[in-house]
Design a protein around this ligand. Structure first.
Ligand code: IMP
Ligand code: MG
Length: 180
């Protein structure tokens, strides 16, 4: 285990199994629109690893697109300020869009993103989040797919960073508080 990690919450094997289950659920749920397929949208950079694995667990035509928005600086607290740094490359009007998110904390990022994406007229719009923090102040967001509920602590690994570090840890763990 990395020296800065206090506790492993989800191992590499547990993540792989859960991502596989979500992929199977999506494959089932979108069977009726299998011809059109789905567009996976991820928010760079944290969710890219989850989306890469999720895409391979879905047995449908899958397109992958990316957005970059910022609601965090290098710190650990949500600022509530969201800016689009990079927009999608393709149009999503009339498409079945699934937003792959790494972690839902305050929900401010996703709330903004969903409003923005729905204004582009997708045929459907759902959310697959790998992690959902058990926090009191969370925007009311309907997530069709949730990987794991996690404690309200600072979490890194499998795409999640602190100051751009720890994204490459294959597991998800709690960062030691003395690190931030
Ligand atoms: P929200 O807007 O507060 O829901 O924050 C969502 C974004 O903040 C996520 O997509 C992450 O990029 C980042 N974030 C929130 N909590 C954590 C955490 O515990 N570790 C790392 N990044 C986090
Ligand atoms: Mg993110």
């Amino acid at each position: 285990m990395h020296k800065d990690i206090a506790e492993i919450l989800f191992t590499e094997e547990e993540i792989a199994r859960r991502v596989g289950e979500i992929g199977s659920a999506i494959t089932r749920d979108y069977a009726d629109v299998a011809e059109e397929g789905v567009v996976l949208v991820s928010v760079l950079r944290g969710a890219a690893i989850f989306m890469a694995d999720l895409a391979r667990a879905i047995d449908l035509p899958v397109e992958m697109d990316y957005m970059a928005i910022s609601s965090y600086g290098n710190g650990a607290k949500s600022s509530g300020v969201v800016r689009i740094l990079k927009d999608l490359s393709s149009e999503i009007a009339g498409r079945h869009v699934i937003v792959a998110e790494d972690i839902l904390d305050s929900g401010l990022t996703l709330k903004y993103l969903l409003k923005n994406l729905s204004s582009r007229g997708p045929a459907s719009l759902t959310v697959a989040t790998l992690l959902r923090k058990r926090t009191l102040a969370q925007a009311d967001i309907d997530c069709a797919y949730v990987g794991f509920e996690c404690p309200d602590q600072f979490i890194v690994g499998y795409g999640l960073d602190f100051a751009e570090r720890y994204r490459n840890l294959p597991y998800i763990g709690v960062l030691k508080s003395e690190v931030y």
